[in-house]
Write a protein that binds this ligand. Structure first.
Ligand code: APR
Length: 316
């Protein structure tokens, strides 16, 4: 127990560095492997001076990719490229899709039993990409591949905490569906403590949660998208996986996984985590009419994003 090896893939980035810092401080981690195509020796040297027991090793470039994954039980993937001027959404998709495909190919070969937590966007497509790669490698286990949507829950909790005037750590609002725009579905009716808002305020809260990424992009004014809050959310999710690995019972996190609770083959819902990953999909619960409409509205975009991911692996 408390002796786990974790890899962060894309560890030198805006998300990767603070995520690595948080994992270095997690008591469950004894070895931390940092992989990136640049700067990981420096990031690892820097983090290794922190007085926590986890041993940090930096791996840089494709030649060291497989070595970085050796013996890892949890692989967290925030690698990707930000959108640059002149780059279309499709260019960005193809680049991030290739990165996730290649990292998952290596993980499927070197540590096929590891839990994989994917942060690289678009998560609605990159999780299906990971699945197809693991299937091709013959080691696919739907219980072990997770899309990290935790930031949506964290944001919902923070915003609802503000509204109720309570400590956000006491708020727990499930957010289901996918991880982009209208596919993000906050289930405010299932929030604890309960929140009761008039329809217009509920709509505004829902839209704020759905558009929260854009709120950060605008505030950063060209300097990128959410990194610190995403790192916090990624670390919260990874620590939940580690606690479940240690046999702790009752750990629940919402995550975008292979699913049969809706018509969409991938869907985020609250998941009971266990030693083998997904122990039980806790499903949708009882939805209000407003929430049912949100699910209906999310399905076409989800299905299209999933198909885009699956087609990418079939063609590339
Ligand atoms: N293998 C590993 N790491 C890579 C690769 C690769 N093939 N290609 C790029 N990277 C690294 C970059 O070198 C960089 O250190 O991924 C890191 C990405 O960091 P940033 O550019 O700062 O991007 P960030 O803001 O962290 O976002 C990363 O997460 O939320 C998503 O949409 C976001 O997909 C993006 C990803």
């Amino acid at each position: 127990q408390n002796q786990h090896k974790v890899a962060v893939m894309g560890a030198s980035g805006g998300i990767g560095q603070p995520l690595s810092l948080l994992m270095k401080q997690a008591p469950q981690v004894s070895q931390l492997s940092l992989y990136d195509i640049v700067h990981t020796p420096g990031v690892a040297a820097d983090l290794s001076h922190i007085e926590s027991p986890a041993k940090v090793t930096g791996f840089v470039g494709p030649d060291q990719l497989k070595a970085s994954l050796e013996g890892c039980e949890v692989v967290v993937i925030p690698a990707g490229v930000p959108r640059k001027p002149g780059m279309t959404r499709d260019d960005l998709f193809n680049t991030n899709a290739s990165i996730v495909r290649d990292l998952c190919k290596a993980a499927a070969e070197v540590c096929p039993k590891a839990f994989v937590a994917i942060i690289s966007n678009p998560v609605n497509s990159t999780v299906p990409i990971a699945t197809e790669v693991y299937k091709k490698a013959g080691v696919y286990d739907p219980k072990r591949i997770f899309g990290v949507t935790t930031l949506d829950i964290v944001r919902a909790n923070a915003f609802i905490g503000e509204i109720l005037g309570v400590d956000p750590r006491e708020v727990n609002c499930p957010v289901i569906g996918g991880h982009a725009g209208v596919t993000i579905i906050p289930l405010v009716s299932q929030c604890t403590p309960s929140v009761s808002l008039p329809a217009d305020r509920l709509k505004a809260l829902t839209e704020r949660i759905q558009d929260a990424g854009t709120e950060v992009v605008k505030a950063k004014a060209g300097a990128g998208s959410a990194t610190l809050s995403m790192a916090y959310a990624g670390a919260r999710f990874a620590v939940s996986l580690l606690r479940a690995l240690d046999g702790e019972e009752g750990i629940v996190e919402c995550s975008y996984v292979r699913s049969d609770v809706t018509e969409s083959p991938y869907f985020s819902t609250p998941i009971l985590l266990g030693k083998n990953g997904v122990e039980k999909n806790l499903g949708l619960g009882t939805l209000t009419d407003f929430e049912k409409e949100l699910v209906k509205g999310a399905l076409p975009e989800l299905l299209a994003s999933i198909k885009k991911g699956e087609d990418f692996v079939a063609k590339n």
